[in-house]
Design a protein around this ligand. Structure first.
Ligand SMILES: NC(=O)C1=CN([C@@H]2O[C@H](COP(=O)(O)OP(=O)(O)OC[C@H]3O[C@@H](n4cnc5c(N)ncnc54)[C@H](O)[C@@H]3O)[C@@H](O)[C@H]2O)C=CC1
Ligand SMILES: O=C(CO)COP(=O)(O)O
Length: 339
């Protein structure tokens, strides 16, 4: 499926930026990846390999790279953002003077900004301007499978339906199916919040809990995510889709998930800093556990699972104690409203 986009800038050369560059290279003429280091940029240009992430993946010939944001943005008619949430504002700030104001931007980052509690598309729009051209893509998309052409699907969400359709054609292929949505808020909340639930699932598994318990955490996690989505103005039906249930299941069950594996190791005493240092990868759910916890407190949304993950990560409470507190909650209706 060819798209209208001829030169695409992919900002970020982590696992997802690398795999996404391969996806959009199928439907455009040239893809330029922005990497933070010259070594990664040179390796992609010379060997079509990212030596730091997915190093078995030989990228298509039409993927090049640079360590210059100005160089990446030059001539780009679409920008794909794939840097971890903590760096989105800073990188977008630096990109802004070089990015065309009318150029569509699609955000792959999953998170909620600390302090402001803004969704990633809002952070990008703050820095790059022209919010109506900013969209998000999310779904059950482990980069480790995507680059190998294994089947997956995602949803492209934008306030402007025509923009979603244009971006759908940039990503869509037989093995990477893309669907459109107008619920940008719901899609982005699901993307960020499922990572917190995946940490809880990993910690349960690490603590020897069984498959029934994991299914309970996922299901109650989805109920919690629906309450957050509703409270911030998204459509709770989005939680039933690829960005919601789809990504929740993939992240809570896959050995590829950093959030799930971190949760498992957390229950054995490994710290966030140790995990990220060893793996060279980000655990977005740990950041989201803080920002969503703050958001939920501000809006009085009931988020017991997020509270438990927050307590273990930031309040010095042991995982076993946090689980006990969850199990001691008083019984209630399965669905007790969206707030
Ligand atoms: N890996 C995956 O399968 C998927 C990841 N995502 C999301 O994509 C976003 C990016 O994640 P990944 O590509 O997986 O990252 P990663 O975990 O593979 O790598 C982290 C990257 O962050 C970079 N980084 C470190 N400091 C930085 C800074 N100051 N400025 C910019 N970049 C910096 C590092 O160079 C490293 O390449 C996250 O929000 C993640 O949740 C979404 C879907 C799938
Ligand atoms: O979002 C993802 C898959 O859709 C990646 O999840 P992890 O960050 O837990 O690896």
């Amino acid at each position: 499926m060819a798209s209208e986009f001829r030169r695409v800038a992919v900002i970020g050369s982590g696992s997802w930026g690398t795999a996404a560059a391969g996806l959009v290279a199928r439907n455009s003429d040239e893809v330029c990846v922005w990497a933070r280091t010259v070594a990664v940029a040179d390796s992609i240009c010379e060997r079509h390999v990212n030596p730091k992430h997915l190093s078995d993946y030989v990228l298509p010939e039409n993927v090049v790279a640079t360590d210059s944001l100005e160089g990446a943005a030059a001539g780009a008619d679409c920008i794909v953002v794939a840097v971890p949430s903590a760096f989105v504002r800073g990188v977008m700030h630096d990109l802004a003077p070089h990015a065309d104001q009318s150029c569509p931007v699609v955000v792959l980052t999953k998170g909620v900004e600390g302090g402001s509690h803004k969704l990633m598309t809002d952070v990008v729009a703050d820095e790059l301007g022209n919010p109506s051209r900013v969209a998000a893509l999310s779904g059950p998309n482990h980069a480790e499978e995507i680059w190998q052409g294994m089947v997956s699907a995602a949803v492209v969400a934008a306030g402007d339906a025509e923009l979603a359709l244009r971006l759908q054609s940039l990503f869509h292929s037989k093995t990477f199916r893309t669907y459109c949505s107008s619920d940008l808020t719901g899609v982005e909340v699901c993307a960020a919040a499922k990572n917190v639930v995946a940490i809880a699932c990993g910690a349960c598994a690490g603590n020897g809990m069984g498959d029934n318990a994991l299914a309970v955490v996922m299901t109650r996690g989805l109920a919690e995510i629906s309450r957050i989505v509703a409270a911030v103005g998204g459509d709770p039906m989005t939680c039933m889709g690829l960005a919601g249930m789809g990504d929740l299941v993939a992240t809570c069950t896959s050995p590829h998930s950093r959030n799930r594996s971190f949760g498992e190791l957390l229950s054995r005493g490994v710290t966030l800093a140790e995990y990220e240092e060893r793996s060279g990868m980000v655990v977005e759910g740990a950041r989201a556990a803080q920002s969503i916890w703050e958001l939920a407190s501000e809006l009085s949304i009931e988020t017991p699972l997020t509270n438990a993950v927050h307590a273990v990560l930031y309040e010095n409470i042991g995982a076993t104690e946090a689980f006990d507190l969850l199990l001691e909650r008083s019984p209630r209706q399965e669905f007790y409203g969206l707030r």
